[in-house]
Design a binder for this molecule. Structure first.
Ligand SMILES: C[S@@+](CC[C@H](N)C(=O)[O-])C[C@H]1O[C@@H](n2cnc3c(N)ncnc32)[C@H](O)[C@@H]1O
Length: 224
């Protein structure tokens, strides 16, 4: 084989290896989209109207000074009101795997004079929060996008204070009209989440299932 041919073969094999690695990495986010597409979807006024953001935030029982981790924060639809609820001394870590979304969150926070949001580029199996001071981790419309759910919760527990909480807002996997009804890999049962939470020492302390009957469940878990 000539030197030229062997260089070509080496290049092809390298490209193949890179492609396989990239495919494996992207498989770690279920239902992945690019940042522009996420921004258009997540900020749609009809979506935001249906989320009942003020009602959900008021059910979390937040107090000024608390530290919240908004996991899979997206465009920050919840990060902004969460930040206001814990201001002035509290803060929100807005965690996402997509740097394009973190830029958007920073831009909106600046425009709206919100100074207590810290964006964090999380990893697919670890939120990588730069502190172990979280009072409450908050998941909204996110947990079903995480492939290694049990591993993610285990890693997350390490950033939460000893008596801290996890608030989970998740789609009802039995909703016949649910958006992911044809994607079983994106359906998460309440029973499994309870089981995985118990494994890391968190147990349900409050439920708010009157807000989205039959479509979404809201449970606050606490470590005790
Ligand atoms: C449907 S959006 C929800 C965004 C926001 N929570 C909301 O309700 O407006 C799901 C978000 O989860 C993020 N995500 C997916 N997997 C993640 C992971 N392993 N860690 C952190 N964020 C993740 C995505 O990038 C996306 O921004």
């Amino acid at each position: 084989m000539s030197l030229r041919n062997s260089c070509h073969s080496f290049l092809l094999v390298s490209l193949l290896v890179l492609w396989v690695a990239a495919t494996a990495a992207s498989a770690l986010q279920l239902g992945s989209r690019d940042a522009k597409e996420w921004i258009d979807r997540l900020e749609r006024p009809d979506r935001i109207a249906g989320l009942k953001v003020p009602e959900v935030v008021s059910r979390l029982g937040l107090k000024p000074g608390m530290v919240i981790a908004d996991i899979g924060a997206g465009t920050g639809v919840f990060s902004r009101p969460l930040a206001k609820a814990v201001a002035p001394s509290g803060k929100v870590y807005s965690v996402d795997v997509d740097p394009g979304l973190l830029d958007y969150i920073n831009q909106r926070a600046k425009q709206e004079n919100i100074s207590n949001i810290r964006t964090v580029q999380g990893k697919f199996e670890d939120p990588a929060i730069p502190g172990k001071d979280v009072d409450m981790a908050f998941f909204h419309d996110v947990f079903h996008h995480i492939e290694k759910r049990q591993a993610y919760l285990k890693a997350l527990a390490g950033y939460i204070k000893p008596n801290g909480m996890v608030a989970m807002v998740e789609m009802d996997d039995k909703d016949p009209k649910g958006p992911h009804r044809e994607q079983p890999e994106m359906l998460v049962s309440r029973a499994n989440v309870d089981k995985w939470m118990a494994e890391i020492g968190f147990h349900p302390v409050k439920e708010h299932n009157d807000l989205f009957p039959g479509t979404k469940w809201i449970v606050i878990y606490q470590r005790h």
